[in-house]
Write a protein that binds this ligand. Structure first.
Ligand code: CAA
Length: 420
């Protein structure tokens, strides 16, 4: 029998503060509807220098281990996907290993390709397990990032920060992956990048959206070809994409998921062997179907709208949002996932929601993690953004969370909040 492999459990971590997006719009002299309706945002996480990609990754991974009683001796791999690491050589993952006191007998490394880095880690872990090389061991994959464009930039309302930790194993209680069906598409483009030494990303915003849509088309068509060959989907009165119960997208801002879904539908409508609308205009109109977006996509975006872009973690935040609200209803159903990283690389893959997903999600404390955040004014957000990255304020971390305390002799020291 083919081995089941996939995501057994997940946990999230977010910065302790956020700013209201309408308040930010007003401060920038912009119609708030541009940020809310135009970009789909509600709130934006604000990370201070003490909340870097290591502290967020360690907090998420510690929650994953704690909430799910993970036995560290069954972990054989720890991967952190990030594009906002803190050192050119020492990986974020080795900090996480140390902070969680995980055993030495495991593979520990980071994966990087912009926002695709987390998916690269998930695929390495799941294929390692599927190949049998893991010999029954599991992996922890953490996606952790600080999305930062800077004050008064076009990208400013699409910032955010956070981490999602995934337990990957042969017991995929949340999502059993369709290993081997993945479709990939990558190109050499300059749509979004961050030259060495820069804290803020450089971005060609509108071009980056086009690159995302082009890469999505290639990746989705690759997945569809394999899914058709394996009779996971078929051409019929329902298009192949419509046969997925939900589709999750990389979410740099929520409106992008709507654009992405339109593009995916367009791929199906253009390629349908028969019965496709005759004119490009009719296809465009059908592709934009609000009903399809509401049915297949909208419910996954609740966390993304409240946190903002989390680069590598954005797709997995959508997974957390979907399963948090709908895991019981989706039990046994297949969903699709689209990962995109600028530069660029994309991958479309799929999986089946597990029967124990609702029970597993009840163990995550998604709501309380968000409820513990403090709303700050735009003035305070600007003060935090202007703090030097290497001199974190001496704040006490909340129980069970990690925080960068200081950088001395080029070494970082982290502290953990004492249990209350
Ligand atoms: N009321 C309602 N809607 C309004 C409005 C108003 N008053 N004013 C404008 N809008 C709408 C616009 O019509 C537009 O919607 P559509 O795209 O559906 O037409 C939307 O609000 C945004 O308006 P603009 O395009 O004029 O906004 P902008 O030029 O200021 O910047 C942006 C938008 C390019 C996304 C910018 O925020 C940006 O550069 N963000 C960072 C880059 C990014 O996120 N790229 C995504 C693809 S790359 C990727 O996915 C990797 C990654 O994580 C970065």
């Amino acid at each position: 029998m083919k081995k089941l492999v996939g995501i057994e459990a997940l946990a999230i971590a977010v910065p302790s503060r956020y700013v209201d997006i309408q308040e930010l719009a007003l401060a920038r002299g912009v119609d708030p509807a541009k940020y809310t309706a135009g970009l789909g945002a509600k709130e934006m996480a604000v990370a201070d220098p003490g909340e870097d990609s290591v502290s967020l990754a360690a907090t998420a991974a510690a929650r994953l281990v704690r909430n799910n009683n993970v036995d560290p001796s069954r972990i054989g791999m720890l991967v952190v996907g990030t594009e906002t690491g803190i050192d050119h050589s020492k990986p974020v993952a080795s900090h996480v290993q140390g902070l969680l006191k995980l055993p030495n007998s495991m593979r520990v490394y980071d994966t990087q390709h912009a926002c695709y880095g987390g998916t690269a880690g998930l695929m390495a872990a799941s294929e390692w397990i599927a190949s049998g090389a893991a010999a029954g061991r599991s992996a922890i994959v953490v996606c952790s990032d600080i999305a930062r464009y800077g004050l008064n930039t076009a990208g400013e309302p699409t910032q955010g920060a956070g981490a999602v930790a995934l337990l990957v194993s042969e017991q995929p209680d949340l999502l059993a992956l369709d290993v081997g069906l993945n479709g990939s598409c990558s190109m050499d483009v300059y749509d979004f990048w961050r030259p060495l030494g820069r804290r803020e990303a450089v971005v060609d915003g509108h071009y980056s959206i086009q690159c995302y849509l082009d890469a999505l088309s290639g990746a989705y068509r690759g997945w569809r070809e394999r899914a058709l060959a394996h009779e996971v989907v078929r051409w019929g009165s329902n298009l192949p994409g419509e046969q997925l119960a939900r589709i999750l997208y990389h979410v740099p801002f929520c409106k992008m998921a709507r654009k992405a879904h339109t593009q995916l539908r367009l791929c199906d409508l253009q390629d349908a062997p028969s019965g496709a609308p005759a004119t490009p205009e009719a296809r465009d109109e059908l592709a934009k179907s609000a009903a399809s977006y509401e049915a297949q996509v909208a419910s996954s975006l609740s966390l993304n709208a409240r946190i903002g872009n989390v680069y590598t973690a954005s797709l997995y935040l959508a997974l957390a949002g979907l399963l948090h609200g709908e895991s019981a209803a989706l039990s046994g159903q297949r969903i699709g996932l689209l990962s995109y990283g600028s530069g660029c690389a994309s991958e479309f893959f799929s999986g089946v929601v597990g029967e124990k997903a609702a029970k597993r999600m009840a163990q995550t404390d998604v709501e309380s993690v968000l409820a513990r955040r403090e709303r700050v004014s735009v003035k305070e957000y600007e003060r935090i953004m202007n703090l030097p990255y290497d001199a974190p304020e001496a704040l006490t971390p909340a129980a069970g969370t990690f925080r960068l305390a200081e950088i001395r002799d080029f070494k970082r020291r982290y502290v953990e909040g004492a249990a209350s």
